[in-house]
Design a protein around this ligand. Sequence first.
Ligand code: NAD
Length: 242
Amino acid sequence: MGIAIVTGGSRGIGAAIARRLAQAGHDIVVNCASSVDKAEKIAEECRALGVNAMAMQWDVSDHAACEQALAEIKEKMGVPYILVNNAGITRDGLMVRMKEEQFDDVIRINLKGAYNMLQLCGAMMMRAKKGRIINISSISGMVGNFGQINYCAAKAGLIGMTKTAAKELGARGITVNAVAPGFIDTDMTAGLAEDLKEGAKKQIALGRFGKPEEIAAAVAFLASDEASFITSQTLVVDGGMI
Ligand code: NAD
């Protein structure tokens, strides 16, 4: 068992991952961008499962803030064994109408934010000669999606980063994988138009959206001893959509 950092762990998929990794006996750092009360509530739920857990607020797209947070985590809890790069946003719009800041914000948080944490945690894990890194990508990054050129670029970029980091860190016993969820019931999909949701469900073999816990289960598997020879992979968890 080790220390697991879950970025964007205050709600949705990240909160489910934090709970699931706590169930597996890991100590948890619940990162959030702003809603520290919600993150603290998740940390409390983790502690109720018998592990150590703390909520911490920092912006993953800020390299210096990531560095500072990791120094604090190392001092208070120790070197992280698991990193789950889950923090992400959407700023949808058709390509021809997309504003520069919509594109930049999504790349900065979803891709550069994951890189910041990967680079800094990767260095710590290399010294410890162990670690598990799981990047939350998306099926959108594999097949593209209307109105999401920024998000699809970031999520495809995460898959490329996963494969490179797997090669660079593998010799030190660290595995790096991605999980690519399909449509999952969270705040991120709650605002989608009903007809779009119904249309999507028709394309899903299981005929429904997934639950955050179903993504958390895949992450927990990749973080477990059972997955010790699996690295550089992208595990699609989409109910049979793509
Ligand atoms: P969500 O919007 O409910 O949660 C996103 C989390 O990221 C929040 O806790 C938010 O505070 C955090 N966050 C945003 N910007 C941040 C920053 N700069 N620093 C730190 N934290 C930040 O979304 P969700 O549906 O739970 O999505 C979680 C991940 O799964 C995202 O990466 C998302 O792209 C991915 N994903 C979601 C779906 C889906 O259908 N919900 C599908 C595929 C992939």
